[in-house]
Design a binder for this molecule. Structure first.
Ligand code: PLP
Length: 366
């Protein structure tokens, strides 16, 4: 079995981060903390925002939660309710849609185009806005497409956001996993007005290979941050004290291992992309970030493998799984069943083995 399903780095959490957690346990930092996070961690997060994005936040504008998913959930709960619409560009990460529904709001899904690198255009955004629209979800670098928005693209979307007085959730969890010299830009950094309307979501899960530690954070205007903290106060309370201490070490410590991890991801991306593009009839956008490829396999629809007709990417993914034991995630999970997602958070040997099998199988589709 070869799995290209992983949504997390295959690297270990760096040693100095683990040591910080162990030291925290020994020092008895095992009690309740302030609901929105310990001060040293909020300071580290504020410093990160200022150094990386030129964004200045006060400590009260930061809320630390149990992973970026929790930060997103809390944010959705406080920003929207029944009767509101949320613009969700597709393909999208699976949990946004469910979180919109959990908040009682309605998702307005907007299909982006492969030709545009799966990035929402101002025309597509304008078309989707109506009097009920309250919120836009942006995710750059994106899961599952790897799309990275440029400053100019964000500025153009920003004009419409201000014109229609929308709020934005900007999920920047893959910020550090970016290639080809691209620069991550946060829409919140473009103007004070956009900063006021944006909740930036980030966390330590992907950059520091800390998915199991469960630390994410939101940065927002004062009233929104207060509402998020209030909600958290009556639901989960603070995220784990020990994981918070470890996250301070992650953010303030040596960043060399992040660079090494990204360099290795870049190497794998190159290889996997080449192997996919070598398969006849497959197209694939070159992703600027994250650790996924999202190939278009539409040209195989209406054809058959050993008598089994393929109507969509889910059919093809099932055949690949059953026949050659390689797991890919059908695009339907992300809102588009013409594609599937492959994660390259696994070794080059595994990528080679898995792609040999997929290419061999696809060559037999008649
Ligand atoms: N946002 C995106 C786009 C993701 O892909 C993920 C995890 O897969 C998350 C948020 C959640 O991150 P965390 O593990 O910190 O909750």
């Amino acid at each position: 079995m070869v799995s290209f399903g992983a949504g997390e780095p295959d690297f270990d959490t760096p040693g100095h981060i683990k040591e910080a957690a162990i030291a925290a346990i020994r020092a008895g930092k095992t009690k309740y903390t302030p609901v929105a996070g310990i001060q040293v961690l909020k300071e580290a997060i504020c410093r990160k925002f200022e150094v990386d994005q030129g964004l200045k936040y006060k400590l009260e504008q930061i809320v630390v939660s149990a992973g970026a998913k929790h930060s997103l959930y809390n944010t959705m709960q406080v920003l929207v309710q029944a009767g509101d619409e949320v613009i969700l560009p597709a393909p999208f990460w699976v949990s946004y849609l469910e979180q919109i529904k959990l908040a009682g709001a309605r998702a307005r899904i907007v299909e982006t185009r492969e030709e545009n690198g799966f990035k929402l255009t101002p025309a597509e955004l304008a078309e989707a806005i109506n009097p009920r629209t309250r919120l836009l979800i942006l995710n750059s670098p994106a899961n599952p497409t790897g799309a990275v928005y440029t400053q100019e693209e964000l500025e153009a979307l920003g004009e419409l956001i201000l014109k229609h007085d929308l709020m934005v959730i900007s999920d920047e969890i893959y910020e550090k996993i970016i290639y080809d010299g691209l620069r991550h830009v946060s829409i919140a950094s473009l103007s004070p007005e956009l900063k006021e309307r944006t909740v930036v979501i980030n966390g330590v899960s992907k950059a520091y290979a800390m998915t199991g530690w469960r630390i994410g954070y939101a940065a927002a205007s004062y009233p929104v941050a207060k509402a998020i903290a209030d909600l958290q106060s009556h639901t989960t309370s603070n995220p784990t004290s020990i994981a918070q201490e470890a996250s301070v070490a992650a953010l303030n410590g040596d960043q060399k291992q992040v660079e090494l991890m990204v360099a290795e991801f870049a190497r794998r991306r190159e290889y996997m992309l080449k192997r996919l593009l070598d398969i006849p009839g497959v197209s694939c956008v070159r992703p600027g970030g994250a650790f996924y490829l999202f190939p278009n396999v539409k040209s195989y629809f209406g054809r058959a493998y050993k008598g089994r007709v393929i109507n969509n990417a889910s059919d093809l993914a099932s055949i690949i799984l059953e026949e050659v034991q390689v797991a890919v995630v059908p695009g339907i999970a992300f809102g588009n069943d013409n594609y599937f997602r492959l994660s390259y958070a696994c070794s080059v040997d595994k990528i080679k083995e898995g792609l040999d099998r997929i290419a061999g199988l696809m060559a037999q589709i008649k």
